[in-house]
Design a protein around this ligand. Sequence first.
Ligand code: HEC
Length: 148
Amino acid sequence: MGYFSKFLGISAALMLLSVSVVGAEERDPLKPRVPVDQMSDARANKNPVDATPENIAKGKALFEGKGTCFNCHGKNGDGQGEAGKILNPSPRNFTNCKFHKKRKDGELFWVIKNGSAGTGMVALVPAAITEQEAWTIINYERSFCKAE
Ligand code: HEC
C-alpha cells in the first residue's frame, strides 16, 4: 500500500472517530435508571447529609478529587469532562434542572452504587467512595442547576 492510500485510510478512520465523538449524546436523562422493582425503595431512601454550604463544599472537593466524577461529568457538571467527551452515551449533564426535578436523591444514589448498565457509569460505592460521600456529592451535583 502506498503512502497516499495509507493516509486516506487513516483520515477516514479519524473522520469516523470524530463523527462518533461529535454524535455522542446523553441517553434520555428524564427516563428512570432504577429498575421498576427497586424504584419505590430507591425513592424512599433519604439523603442523610444536609445540603448546608459546608457539606456542598465537601461534595465539590469529593467530586473533583477522590470521587473522580469530574473526569467524565466535567468540573462545571455539563457532562463534558475529558473522559466524558469520548463516552457514548454521554455522562449526565447536571446543569439540566429538568433532570433534577424528575429524580429523588435516592435514585441518584442507586446509580452511584449500582452503576447504569451499558454505560461508562460504573458502580462507585464502595469501589471509590463511601455511601456517606456519595450522598455528600449528590448535594453538590444538585447545585449545578442554577435556575429555580
Ligand atoms: C467513567 C466516566 C464516569 C465517571 C468517572 C463518573 N460518571 Fe456518573 N455517569 C457517567 C455516564 C456515562 C452517565 C450516564 C448514564 C446513563 O445515561 O444511564 C452517568 C450518570 C450519572 C448519574 C445520573 C444517574 C441518573 O439517575 O440518571 C449520576 C447521579 C452520576 N453519574 C454520578 C456520578 C458520581 C457521583 C461520580 C463520582 C463519584 C460519577 N458519576 C463518576 C459516567 C461517569
